[in-house]
Design a binder for this molecule. Structure first.
Ligand code: AMP
Length: 182
């Protein structure tokens, strides 16, 4: 059974939902950088105040800052982990690689949730999170295409990529993922 996983895909592809189900079923840590950042905002910490406007605008937070959060969380005792929303660009992918070498926990699989753009924009509008206005959604999808999408090729070349058709119902997708975990 694989223990060190990553979910890749556009905003709205269902990474959070699938990572949540899988982490609960296996007692793994679910590390969503977006979720961790939103908590900081809610708790009104220094970090939260620093990132609030950036997140609201749909831009990416600095690589340095998210790396710090990821490192802190990977350090916690765990039975396995699932990264969701990290890395978002090649520089983050390289930093992650260094951290994983340090802690001697190599990444075993990257689930790429693939979904057509029109479907995900509809999904995001329905979700209605604070940063889910039409303007920021377009911005996040644009940034995803420019900076995150190249990671598909990056992980493919490392033979880590598992393609998942994410334009199906939740249970079908999660069944597909479970089968590919073995
Ligand atoms: P998410 O919940 O993954 O959609 O993330 C929500 C927001 O948090 C993003 O639009 C970014 O502003 C920020 N964020 C989350 N993960 C990262 C990351 N790996 N790098 C930079 N910014 C991030």
């Amino acid at each position: 059974m694989k223990k060190h996983l990553l979910f890749l895909g556009a905003p709205g592809a269902g990474k959070g939902t699938q990572a949540d189900l899988l982490s609960k079923a296996n007692s793994y840590l679910h590390l969503s950088t977006g979720e961790l950042l939103r908590k900081e905002i809610e708790m009104n910490t220094n970090l939260g105040r620093e990132v609030k406007d950036i997140i609201t605008s749909g831009e990416l937070v600095s690589d340095e800052l998210v790396l710090k959060i990821v490192r802190q969380n990977l350090d916690k005792d765990n039975n396995g982990w699932i990264l969701d929303g990290y890395p978002r660009n090649l520089s983050q992918a390289h930093s992650l690689n260094e951290v994983l070498i340090e802690i001697n926990q190599p990444l075993e699989v990257v689930f790429y949730l693939d979904i057509p753009e029109e479907v995900l924009i509809k999904r995001l509008l329905l979700r209605g999170r604070k940063d889910d206005t039409e303007k920021t959604i377009r911005k996040r999808v644009d940034i995803y295409k420019k900076t995150t999408e190249p990671l598909i090729q990056y992980f493919k070349e490392l033979s880590l990529l598992e393609y998942i058709n994410a334009d199906r119902d939740l249970n079908t997708i999660s069944f597909d993922i479970k089968q590919k975990m073995a």
